[in-house]
Design a protein around this ligand. Sequence first.
Ligand code: ADP
Length: 270
Amino acid sequence: ETTNFAVRVAPLGSHGQVLVLAEDQTERVRVEAVRRDFVANVSHELKTPVGALSLLAETIQDAADDPEAVTRFAGRMQHEAARLTYLVQDLITLSRIQGAEPIPTPGQVSIDEAIHDAIDHCNTKAVAKDITLVSGGTEGLRIWGDDELLLTALRNLIDNAVAYSPEHTRVVVSVRPAGDSVEISVSDQGIGIPEESLERIFERFFRVDAARSRATGGTGLGLAIVKHVAAAHAGEVSVWSKEGSGSTFTLRLPAFGGTAVPVPPSIPLE
Ligand code: ADP
């Protein structure tokens, strides 16, 4: 590994003494490289759907007298436009939480409600693949944090579980108290993640299989967002996975009031 030093020399007094300041810039150089990579990745990710859109528009012009082709290409344009929208939304979410640590106005958040809303949001995609979404574990637990961020993180985890699982499987969301924290895990019976990729999947735009991720509408930012949501709560996210049998993502977040104790639900659970 290379180390970068910035050296500054300043004269000290009139006897020829000098002050030498050597500053280790390794971290600054690394952060700068990560930022450049990110900008390059964003440009590439934006160019792909924009390129496809302009090509499709041209094709439609040439196919003006073939209504069936026009309908088909218009459908593909909608698909590319949707992809662009998801990407921009995820980029905005990511830049917001990356910039604003810790959470500006934390409060108590009901985990049951967040899970209920997240499952609701992902249900259409799950039903289309005959995937059963179930939740279980301790009810009535609360965290100290931001309800929107928790919902975003859970949606991303459940979305992934559905996207990377075959039809007719189950996705289980479960909650348990863990001392001063609450653990929420999302388990699937999906394709799993190769061991050598496990430490990279939380990086922005890292995908095990880029073609598959794009086909399922993935932006490559979902898990980076989850990681930042956890960090903003002073919590963490971890993953267990076995190729071919499934994955479990676990979010560990601070319990409201400093200890994870259940309170009776104010809203009846379905
Ligand atoms: P994407 O939009 O590509 O899903 P994410 O950041 O959400 O981006 O996930 C990064 C990569 O991690 C995915 O492309 C996929 O390869 C892998 N991955 C995430 N969740 C799962 C899962 N539940 N099962 C298998 N692979 C997963």
